[in-house]
Design a protein around this ligand. Structure first.
Ligand code: ADP
Ligand code: MG
Length: 237
């Protein structure tokens, strides 16, 4: 990891050490978060940490340690059992459906298995990141404003794959597909990106370049990044 990145790490067992008490503005505050799945699996046990705007936070843990559960609780793709998630001063765990739509619009997600629509074009996959902003009737017809298309192409350019824009997503390599995933998250104009093991399906060289893009977004755009990594990803790096 390059040394100028503002790295902060939490280990699943030791997150309390990173609580911030210096009064700096917080973007995200996770307080005593707990998740017990039906069936009784305790996936998150009293997790607390804070993140400031512009920080890059790595969540490191072995498989099954609760990384995906944590990230999914943060944008309420799953409901926490107890605890609070405060986002820009607002309690996400109490937010209405309308409020959640607005909150999710500003939270980009990057997934281990990319989650692209494989039969759709690359550009269409990127434009999916604009769905929270455009008129639903336009989006059903796959008609996006020119400014959105330009934005999508600019983000593809940034990750070096403009020339792939009109190919089907499944014609791309894994590393290229994850770059599409990053471009899709970026056209959301996110304040925060949640990246759930974004490099776990890639070989170490590609993993390195994907992590560099996330670092670049963090440093140049000031987007806060919360990235989970399997222990081995970190060893590779
Ligand atoms: P990680 O992403 O670190 O591999 P997960 O958050 O996926 O960990 O899982 C944490 C624990 O919760 C594991 O023991 C897993 O088996 C369990 N778990 C995850 N999802 C579910 C679910 N939908 N139902 C029941 N248990 C689950
Ligand atoms: Mg996971």
């Amino acid at each position: 990891m390059s040394t100028n990145t503002n790295w902060k790490q939490i280990q699943n067992s030791n997150h309390q050490n990173y609580l911030n008490n210096n009064g700096t503005k917080l973007m995200l505050e996770v307080k005593n978060l707990k998740k017990i799945y039906t069936g009784g699996v305790l996936a998150l046990d009293d997790v607390s940490f804070t993140v400031e705007p512009g920080e890059f936070l790595a969540v490191i843990g072995l498989s099954g340690s609760g990384k995906s559960t944590l990230l999914r609780c943060i944008n309420r793709l799953i409901e926490p059992t107890a605890g609070q998630i405060i986002w820009n001063g607002m309690d996400i765990t109490q937010a209405s459906q309308d409020e959640m739509l607005r909150i999710r619009r500003r939270i980009g997600m990057v997934f281990q298995h990319f989650n692209l629509v494989s039969r759709s074009k690359v550009i269409t996959n990127v434009l999916a990141g604009r769905l929270g902003y455009v008129n639903p009737f336009m989006s059903i017809a796959n008609r996006f404003p020119k400014k959105d298309i330009d934005m999508a192409l600019a983000q593809l350019d940034r990750v070096g794959i403009t020339d792939q824009a009109y190919k089907r997503a499944d014609e791309l390599s894994g590393g290229q597909q994850q770059r599409v995933g990053i471009a899709r998250a970026m056209v959301q104009e996110p304040e925060m990106i949640l990246a759930d093991e974004p490099v776990a399906s890639l070989d170490p060289v590609l993993a390195h370049s994907i992590m560099s893009y996330l670092e670049q977004i963090n440093q140049e755009d000031g987007v806060m990044v919360l990235c989970s990594l399997h222990f081995l990803d970190l060893v590779h790096r």
